[in-house]
Design a protein around this ligand. Structure first.
Ligand code: NAD
Length: 493
């Protein structure tokens, strides 16, 4: 065993360190979370600090109280950066974790994967994806949770309340090892500002679907679902003898989930254009191989798309800029978009989930901090413009669908012309209701994932081979209406 390995195990077993660690140094070029809204009154700020101090011995309180007050001031949250561990955060092979229970070790693996800088959107702030999808609220919760998991037996369960560990409880071998709740809010007090306030107080967090439950496995976890969505969306517009070759898919977002779109486009065999305003996010996905090309000028994009179309290439392009600009330019250039969607984070439209087309990325970030009310107006205006240009394309035959990111909802709230004639439905379909639901879920198909906990390539290949053999066998006797879905899964490699 190496010293690194020993000190990693020792740090996990220790939990909150015995001596106060030095102040945190932020790594260079890390993608930091935007400053959150300054939403607490003076009295509530004191409460937030008292809540934070409960994890630490009294003798540190004076020093930490000052530091946490500064974090609240500078970032709108108390992340307890000083307690971020020194060891590297990544999914180690299961055998590297100090543990009494293999299930607990597997959870430690998943937690560290969620916080790996190569995986997480804002690793310093424990945000995995979706702008606010948190694994824990702060580094003390992380440290304590790992410490509990290392001690846990197969007859105990750890209970977590929005990242806060409530402790180990006796349970049976068949019970879950960890029970998690996230984002618990009383419905009448769950407007965005209520949520911001309780998160700033340190009493609730938004775990998204897979960050706060430690299941996130990067765009890898969503690439299967995105591929089957695209394949089935294309079935809505293609003739039975056509495939995706030479067809154009335009969308936005190269973040946590959205980053899977270009790879899914490649698997389907089309030309994918994915706009991303944050150059760091685009670069990361390009370096990781999730998208083939990075393009930062609209003229270059248009030229490259024309070539790809002429040669019927299978290629994916990240355009570094605003997606509305691409929709508008393609309209002027008469480039036909076959499939259109959007995965900007419109579930959090006012806090940086959606960047308005009227501002540069830097201008938008400044306005977001200095004048949130003006920022909201820009977002609403941009959404109206966004919906209007989509309409121009759908009039020319584009199949546009909502990707569960609340695009249709927020565009309608912004006053965009997006409602159907009955004023109840939207003009455009949505991916679960109209695509995955009737074509996949209704037949028992859906996106799913597995994790190779040994960390060995050969084990992963074995599980792939087993899955392939099972699918091929089922396909020999499957009724015709599901054969197409089985075939899609067999083809995905
Ligand atoms: N993929 C799925 O299966 C799925 C399912 C349900 C919901 N969603 C929703 O999709 C959204 C995206 O999820 P994510 O995890 O990728 O979020 P994310 O915040 O990690 O990524 C969104 C990206 O969009 C970029 N962006 C914002 N406005 C833009 C604009 N106008 N033009 C170009 N780029 C812009 C942001 O810079 C960010 O990188 C969320 O609302 C999520 O809830 C996705």
């Amino acid at each position: 065993m190496t010293t690194d390995h020993n000190s990693f195990q020792a740090a996990i077993l220790q939990g909150i360190p015995a001596t106060l660690p030095p102040k945190h140094q932020f790594p260079a070029r890390v993608n930091r979370a935007p400053k959150r809204k300054d939403i607490l009154s003076q009295e509530e700020k004191h409460l937030a600090i008292r809540n934070a101090l409960r994890y630490f011995p009294k003798k540190w309180h004076a020093e930490l109280a000052r530091e946490f007050a500064e974090e609240l001031q500078d970032y709108g949250r108390i992340y307890m950066y000083r307690f971020k561990p020194n060891y590297k955060l990544y999914a180690r092979p299961l055998s590297d974790y100090p543990a009494q229970s293999q299930q607990a070790a597997a959870l430690m693996l998943m937690i560290q994967n969620n916080l790996d800088p190569a995986v997480a959107q804002h690793p310093e702030e424990l945000i995995t994806y979706g702008g606010n999808g948190a694994v824990f609220q702060n580094w003390a919760q992380y440290t304590l949770c790992m410490h509990y998991l290392a001690q846990m037996t197969d007859e105990q369960s750890l209970h977590l309340y929005s990242g806060h560990p409530m402790g180990l409880f006796p349970s049976s071998k068949n019970a879950p090892r960890v029970v998690v709740t996230n984002g618990m809010m009383i419905p009448n007090y769950s407007k965005p500002d209520d949520w911001e306030k309780f998160n700033a107080l340190g009493v609730t967090q938004y775990g998204q679907m897979t960050a706060g439950s430690f299941m996130y496995i990067g765009p890898q976890g969503i690439v299967h679902g995105t591929t089957i969505t695209l394949l089935n969306a294309s079935r809505k517009i293609l003739k039975s003898d056509e495939n995706c070759r030479g067809k154009i898919f335009l969308t936005a977002g190269l973040g946590g989930m959205s980053g899977a779109q270009p790879k899914a486009g490649n698997i389907c065999g089309c030309i994918t254009i994915c706009a991303e305003v944050n150059p760091k996010a685009a670069l990361k996905r390009h370096q990781q191989g999730w998208v083939d090309l990075l393009i930062d000028k609209l003229d270059d994009l248009v030229a490259r798309v024309r070539t790809a179309k002429k040669n019927e290439e299978v290629v994916s392009m990240a355009y570094i800029g605003n997606v509305v600009d691409v929709w508008e330019r393609f309209d002027q250039e008469d480039i036909q978009i076959h499939l259109g969607s959007d995965q900007t984070s419109l579930h959090i439209p006012w806090t940086g989930g959606y960047y308005p087309v009227s501002l540069s990325y830097e201008e938008a970030n400044s306005m977001l901090q200095e004048n949130p009310a003006a920022f909201k107006k820009e977002v609403q205006q941009s959404l109206r413009r966004h919906a209007a240009i989509i309409q121009k394309h759908t009039d020319k035959g584009t199949y546009f669908f909502d990707y569960g990111n609340a695009f249709l909802l927020e565009a309608s709230r912004a006053g965009a012309d997006i409602m159907a004639e009955n004023k109840i439905d939207f003009k455009y379909p949505s991916y679960v209701q109209d695509i995955l639901g009737p074509l996949c879920f209704d037949y028992g198909f859906g996106p799913f994932r597995w994790v190779c906990a040994s960390g060995k390539e050969e084990d992963l290949d074995r599980t792939d081979a087993i899955a392939l053999a099972v699918l091929e066998e089922i396909n020999t006797t499957a009724p015709p209406q599901i054969q197409m879905q089985l075939q899609d899964n067999i083809q995905e490699k």
